[in-house]
Design a protein. Structure first.
Length: 117
């Protein structure tokens, strides 16, 4: 009976790690388009040609996205596109640190249970 519980625990751990790592590793890059009267934030897709993702955040991209709200020619001249990501290095350190801490504690529990037998 204990063997089944231990086996399920290790399998459960592998499933949790497999589910969490892609979420942590995923980056979302956005383009903030500023017009004189309005702004919009749009998610950028990874380009097929391998170019830098921030190269998509251009004045032309912003004009296409904000064509309805940025109507006057004067507003279009002052269009500004800014590329940014929501995740920071601090966020990654906290998340990965937590994952390694939990894995270390689970490893300690497994080793200690084998040592007491």
């Amino acid at each position: 009976m204990k063997l089944r519980i231990r086996g399920f625990g290790i399998l459960g751990l592998v499933v949790v790690i497999a589910a969490v790592l892609p979420v942590v590793a995923g980056y979302e890059t956005f383009c903030r388009c500023d017009c004189e009267t309005d702004y919009g934030v749009f998610e950028l897709a990874v380009p097929d040609d391998g170019a830098a993702i921030c190269s998509l955040c251009s004045t032309d991209f912003c004009l296409k996205k904000l064509a309805k709200t940025c109507k006057s020619d004067e507003d279009k001249e002052h269009m500004l596109g800014t590329c940014f990501t929501r995740e920071s290095l601090k966020d990654k350190v906290v998340v990965y640190g937590f994952i390694w801490l939990v894995l270390g504690m689970l490893g300690y529990i497994v080793v200690q249970s084998w040592m007491t037998k």
